[in-house]
Design a protein around this ligand. Structure first.
Ligand code: AMP
Length: 138
């Protein structure tokens, strides 16, 4: 399947739709997931146009991975999470719902189960505060 440039993350990258932005550079936009699996669930949206890992340009992947690590560190520091899950889904049967390359940084808290993938929407005020707290740890 080919990349569809009208996907929701492409629109956010173009500024056509809002997001709770944490950070942005030449390689990616970092923002809060509005249907978080845990407090502080953050997404790294690659700026290169690909559906997912399978069709990604290896050069674009190697450019974005250091940022994925940096986000994991910042999210852990800002939330006090006990662990961090890195997730990335490729095509619908694997759980992918937005077909533009992105990575999930999902904080894990001792004794608390993660909410299901694609659950309820978080409060906008809480997401804005988290975005600010995570940005401050960059
Ligand atoms: P995936 O299932 O890996 O394609 O992940 C897509 C993620 O994007 C899901 O975790 C959704 O909760 C999240 N999501 C969908 N729409 C938005 C949006 N407008 N802003 C932020 N996150 C979103």
């Amino acid at each position: 399947m080919s990349y569809d440039p009208s996907n929701i993350f492409a629109k956010i990258l173009k500024g056509e739709l809002p997001c709770h932005k944490v950070y942005e550079d030449d390689t990616a936009l970092v923002m809060m997931d509005i249907f978080p699996q845990s407090r502080g669930h953050t997404l790294i949206i690659a700026k290169s146009a690909s559906r997912n890992l399978i069709d990604a340009d290896p050069a674009a992947l190697s450019a974005v991975m250091p940022l994925v690590q940096r986000v994991a560190q910042a999210v852990k520091a800002a939330t006090g999470a006990d662990g961090i899950r890195l997730a990335q889904f490729n095509e619908a049967p694997a759980g992918q719902t937005v077909f533009h390359l992105h990575f999930h940084i999902i904080p894990a808290y001792e004794g608390t189960a993660l909410a299901p993938h694609g659950g309820g929407k978080a409060d906008d005020g809480e997401l804005a505060a988290l975005a600010k707290d995570i940005a401050a740890k960059f």
